[in-house]
Design a protein around this ligand. Structure first.
Ligand code: PMP
Length: 400
């Protein structure tokens, strides 16, 4: 009965790893997938996560019962506090409803399904370009997806004028997806002053902001600083949605831990919103998994573990920032033509190199370096040992 099916294409991001795995070359380098690697090129489990897991395993009072549809209560409270700030009036006034979801993607999807059912505007604006999964998540939820200008290839920076024009002409009430920090794939974020202008525009037009926060703490090394844009919007008393992921900042990729918060105008609305979120979640996956959220809650509620987490998080962020500097220096010392300062100006896990798909294909074929065809490289996949190889490849690609 499935004989008519055509083979579906590989996911453009995960497909990079499939191709990488097939390559027998010992010098191969995977800069496609956005997962942190140590200087030795190994995946990292944070010490504080191991410590929390030990506590959980040794606690014989814990069981594996189903948790509520909305997830662990502690986890939800602590997650809202982490992104909105410990003293957030919205939390104190019980205007925020938070549900534990399957990492960032699941949080976006639950938010999108909720909006498709209950929000009057069915159009969502996403940045051009954006993370490849965004348009699919929103389109499959039944929303109409439009783009707003964001990246300027000429400056390899923000097209702020284009952004203001496009959001300025969006229909009233439209949903606007915003990357809270460390924009994927470009690594280009608005300045605080630009965020303020974006906020004013969004509020004056009655647009609905939906933040995707996949890199809190991972961009600058500071959890508070990376949450600033979200807090700026919540501080004005208006509504917004926030999808959080613990994949990168706690290294819990495969545990699928995340949260969706919806900030409402009143506590009463927030509680009705939560009741409707349950109706979205129940037929989708019934209730979320227990283990990852227990790890997060254990760390967030213990002062000393929280502190240890911030140290380990900062180490990851700083290693990435140092990779940016090393790659920039390596290209400079090779005299590679072009201005490569965007490598040190961009922020977060990725550099949007500006290399085109032909140059990317050349680097894969000749140097066994794997990345998405848009020229995005994961800085977290680099190390001091592999920077020279990458710099040689970029140099060869742009001078051939
Ligand atoms: N949003 C963005 C912008 C991302 O880069 C990612 C991870 N690549 C996610 C959301 C979600 O990731 P996850 O579902 O693994 O938390």
């Amino acid at each position: 009965v499935f004989n008519h099916l055509a083979r579906a294409p590989e996911d453009p991001i995960l497909g990079v790893t499939v191709a990488f795995n097939k390559d027998p070359s010992p010098s191969k380098l995977n800069l496609g997938v956005g997962a942190y690697r140590t200087e030795e090129g190994k995946p990292l489990v944070l010490n504080v996560v191991r410590q929390a897991e030990k506590l959980l395993v040794n606690d014989s009072s814990r069981n594996k019962e189903y948790i509520p549809i909305v997830g662990l209560a502690d986890f939800n409270k602590l997650s809202a506090k982490l992104i909105l700030g410990a003293n957030s009036p919205a939390i104190q006034e019980n205007r925020v409803t938070t549900v534990q979801c399957l990492s960032g993607t699941g949080s976006l999807r639950v938010g999108a399904e909720f909006l498709a059912r209950h929000y009057h505007q069915r159009t969502v604006y996403i940045t051009q370009p954006t993370w490849g999964n965004h348009p699919k998540v929103f389109a499959l939820a039944g929303l109409s997806v439009k783009t707003y200008r964001y990246y300027d290839p000429a400056t390899r920076g923000l097209n702020f004028q284009g952004l203001l024009e496009d959001l300025g002409s969006a229909p009233s009430g439209a949903i606007v997806l915003l990357h809270a920090c460390a924009h994927n794939p470009t690594g280009v974020d608005p300045t605080p002053a630009q965020w303020e202008q974006i906020r004013q525009l969004i509020r004056s037009k009655g647009l609905l902001p939906f933040f995707d926060s996949a890199y809190q703490g991972f961009a600058s090394g500071s959890l508070d600083r990376d949450a600033e844009p979200v807090r700026m919007f919540v501080a004005d008393g208006g509504e917004c949605l926030v999808a959080q992921s613990y994949a990168k900042n706690m290294g819990l990729y495969g545990e699928r831990v995340g949260a969706l918060s919806i900030v409402c105008k009143t506590a009463d609305v927030a509680s009705r919103v939560e009741s409707q979120l349950k109706l979205v979640i129940r037929p989708m996956y019934s209730s979320p998994p227990i283990h990852g959220a227990s790890i997060v809650a254990t760390i967030l509620k213990d002062r000393s573990m929280y502190h240890q987490w911030t140290i380990e998080l900062k180490e990851m962020a700083e290693r990435i920032i140092s990779m940016r500097q090393q790659l920039f220096n390596a290209l400079k010392s090779r005299g590679t033509p072009g201005d490569w300062s965007h490598i040190i100006k961009q922020i977060g896990m990725f550099t949007f190199t500006g290399l085109n798909s032909k140059q990317v294909a050349f680097m894969t074929k000749e140097f066994h370096i794997y990345m998405t065809s848009d020229g995005r490289i994961s800085m977290a996949g680099l190390s001091s040992r592999t920077v020279p190889h990458l710099a040689d490849a970029i140099h060869a690609a742009v001078t051939r």
